[in-house]
Design a protein around this ligand. Structure first.
Ligand code: ADP
Ligand code: MG
Ligand code: ZN
Length: 602
């Protein structure tokens, strides 16, 4: 209930303030003036006192209405000094009682009125909040928020440039179309499919296309909508969402922006995250509890998979990851074609040229670009959108993006291309390295600048020393290529260096693979696997001399492998050049294409 408290503390503060304020004014209105005893005596002598009430130490009274002093009928109070006052009072013909008139009612009123006022305001505000958040009063009934669509018009053909993701999702469509067939064979669907990729690449669109293709209801909700003001609401929503979906199976549940809800537990701000935690726990419970064979497919999208709670990614949860990366040139062409279909274009429009100009843009940017071009044409009273408008639109969109994130320049692109081909070429030339699947320099894709994707052919439990060395060499291939081609190196390799150094250090300290250091294990247990306690002391128990020797050995391994990588690249310099050229043209090439360049025939 922590969150609830925190939420209402403001109401309490505002309320107290109002109470004090109102009370102050009420007291003024009912004000009783305190006067010195001498003045009371004077008033008495002047015959201005109408009546008094006397207690053992206080006198309260009212002045005569016709008196000129103060307001008419003014109330006063004074401390009783004279022990025997009744005679005096009788002398001046003042009615007097032996008891102070009760102020209880008045005191009560000065509290009750403000409190009533406060409660009224509070109630009013609550009503307002409830109006904005329908879930507020209907605690946890997510009906108002679940966004259910029966017939989705989106199809796979509306999404372009993400062929691999489409291919993977094809299977899901098959399953949703006839789940019985899958059940007969005993096949099991993955429970959760996580679409991972930068914003605007079409993740939401893809999820909708899956629903559209399979013709099933589509329940969608955004992760941030689960995180509610009041503890327990989000969890109730999750429960409700799953209940509703199960009734409509086969169907798709889609949770957009999963990161808003699935941030790793224990991360995040100071307190106040237990609501999200509860919601997340509920989601995990629901995921464990439902049998995918009833025909409910759970999909989610995120652009920050790295901050997700690991529990979400475990087998049986979101165990199938589908990468939706930024499109390459070919992909951009296809996306442009989809969006251009909606407008009228002149004959001079060259879609390929536009794709060339828009490196790094995602589907959403391209959709925006086409719209922008159409607006420009309308403004110029043109019947059709010409290339000129597209060029201007590109400039506008790029300028907008430039403000948001750096746009890579030609020189940098070239360096990145050679760097990535360097990695790939060294990897392809050495045995025991993972096969190169793909090389990409699509800016700001899954990696910051470019990446070389190496996919292991099999799970490895043992690695031979030569394999480890070759792996280091291919990691250093990027930098080696830069040095070879440009005679200079860039900062782009720092991650490669870190990984290469890690491997080398492990070889020396843990695997006993250095002759000089010997077959000794020098790395103390880094940290407990289960308790998430950061390692306090990563150093093993060894002397300063050993530490120096280890450092020296690591450095030697690295520099030997660097030389090896450079040697390979020098020898295959023409393949490096042609590979980089091809990569610059296409932005993304397959490992096979590079391999083809290496064969002597080409
Ligand atoms: P995400 O969910 O990945 O942030 P969206 O699916 O919301 O991106 O994409 C926003 C819009 O951008 C879509 O409605 C569509 O018009 C356009 N778009 C994005 N990616 C693509 C794509 N791959 N093919 C066609 N249009 C796309
Ligand atoms: Mg989205
Ligand atoms: Zn690299």
């Amino acid at each position: 209930m922590e969150k609830h408290h925190k939420f209402s503390i403001w109401y309490v503060l505002v309320g107290v303030w109002i109470v004090l304020l109102v009370q102050h004014y009420l007291m003024l209105a009912f004000s009783i003036k305190t006067i010195p005893y001498s003045e009371f005596l004077k008033l008495l002598e002047e015959g201005k006192v109408a009546e008094v009430a006397v207690t053992s130490n206080e006198i309260q009274g009212r002045l005569r209405v016709d008196t000129a002093v103060g307001e008419k009928g003014m109330l006063f109070r004074t401390v009783r000094v004279d022990p025997d006052i009744s005679e005096l009072l009788a002398k001046y013909n003042v009615t007097f009682r032996g008891q102070v008139e009760s102020t209880f009612l008045r005191d009560l009123m000065s509290w009750v009125i403000p409190i009533l006022l406060f409660v009224g305001i509070w109630y009013f505000m609550m009503r307002k909040i409830a109006g904005q958040h329908p879930g507020f009063m209907t605690l946890g009934k997510s009906k108002a928020k679940v966004y259910m669509e029966d017939e989705i018009p989106v199809r796979f053909k509306d999404v372009a440039g993400v062929d691999e993701a489409k291919q993977e999702l094809m299977e899901v469509v098959e399953f949703l179309k006839n789940p019985e067939k899958f059940q007969e064979v005993g096949g099991r669907m993955p429970k959760g499919i996580l679409l991972v990729g930068p914003p605007g690449t079409g993740k939401t669109l893809l999820a909708k296309a899956v629903a559209g293709e399979s013709g099933v209801p589509f329940f969608s909700m955004s992760g941030s909508e689960f995180v509610e003001m009041f503890v327990g609401l989000g969890a109730a929503r999750v429960r409700d969402l799953f209940d509703q979906a199960k009734k409509r199976a086969p169907c798709i549940i889609f949770i957009d922006e999963l990161d808003a809800l699935g941030k790793a537990r224990g991360l995040g701000g100071v307190g106040g995250h237990d609501e999200r935690e509860q919601t997340l726990n509920q989601l995990l419970v629901e995921m464990d509890g439902f049998d995918p064979n009833v025909g409910v497919v759970l999909m989610a999208a995120t652009n920050r998979p790295e901050i997700l709670d690991p529990a979400l990614l475990r087998p049986g949860r979101f165990d199938r990851h589908v990468l939706v990366d930024r499109p390459d040139k070919k992909g951009r062409e296809e996306i442009l074609k989809i969006h251009i279909k909606k407008i009228k274009i002149a004959d001079d429009v060259d879609i390929e040229a536009i794709a060339n100009m828009t490196s790094g843009m995602v589907g959403a940017d391209l959709a925006n670009l086409v719209n922008e071009a159409a607006l420009l044409a309308v403004r110029r009273n043109k019947k059709r959108v010409t290339m000129k408008e597209f060029e201007e639109a590109v400039e506008r969109v790029v300028a907008g993006l430039e403000k948001k994130n750096r746009v890579i320049n030609e020189e940098e692109r070239k360096i990145v291309a050679f760097h990535e081909v360097g990695h790939a070429l060294v990897a392809l030339s050495l045995p025991g390295t993972d096969p190169v699947k793909k090389i990409s320099i699509v800016p700001r894709g899954i990696a910051a600048l470019g990446y070389t994707m190496q996919v292991p052919t099999e799970d490895r439990f043992l690695m031979k020393k030569t394999e480890l060395l070759n792996r280091i060499a291919s990691l250093l291939g990027g930098r080696a290529a830069e040095e070879l081609v440009f005679g200079d190196v860039s900062t782009g390799a720092h991650n490669d260096l870190a990984r290469a150094t890690d491997i080398a250090r492990s070889m020396v300290r843990e695997y006993g693979m250095s002759e000089k250091v010997g077959q000794v294990y020098f790395a103390r247990e880094k940290h407990s696997q289960f308790l998430n306690i950061p390692a306090m002391d990563l150093r093993g128990d060894y002397s300063e001399a050993t530490a120096q020797l280890i450092d020296q050995e690591v450095r030697e391994i690295i520099s030997a492998q660097y030389e090896k990588a450079k040697g390979i690249l020098q020898e295959k310099r023409n393949v490096l050049d042609r590979g980089a050229q091809l990569l610059l043209e296409k932005e993304k090439i397959e490992g096979e294409e590079l391999k083809a360049l290496m064969s002597p025939a080409s």
